[in-house]
Design a protein. Structure first.
Length: 143
């Protein structure tokens, strides 16, 4: 029975550490917003915001994948490139970004990096371009 209070103290210490780590990360994400969207929601967003200077479609796949087909007007910043963070850091953090990849895995990683860099508004197309193609939505191709 003497060990029980010790376990409570250890649990209390771990809980305190968890709260402190969450509190320390809060200012890092302050002012940043990320929203997961379906392919249909992404298409509607693209249709609503197309041509607006404060809206960027960001494809984080490789240049080869990008050349095979991408969303019209998309900018390619390869998540797997060694200079990804530098290229991401050169983007305007005040704009709104729709980020996508092939299936949603790389875009989720890119969005997390963008939030750490305090990008203001980021949408993640969670189904990726595979979901876009499965719905028969149009793609642009690099010549």
């Amino acid at each position: 029975m003497k060990r029980f209070p010790g376990r409570i103290q250890i649990a209390a210490v771990w809980a305190s550490l968890l709260v402190l780590s969450l509190a320390a990360g809060a200012p890092l994400l302050a002012g940043s917003q990320s929203i997961d969207v379906t392919v249909q929601q992404a298409r509607e967003l693209v249709q609503q915001r197309a041509g607006q200077k404060d809206f960027v479609i960001l494809d984080v796949r490789t240049p080869e994948e990008f050349a095979d087909g991408h969303l019209s007007g998309a900018v390619n910043v390869n998540l797997l490139a060694p200079d990804f963070t530098a290229r991401l850091g050169a983007l305007n953090r005040g704009k709104t970004y729709l980020v996508y990849c092939r299936t949603g895995h790389r875009s989720t990683q890119a969005v997390q990096a963008m939030l750490r860099l305090r990008f203001r508004s980021v949408y993640n197309m969670v189904e990726g371009i595979v979901g876009w193609q499965n719905r028969g939505f149009p793609l642009a191709r690099t010549q």
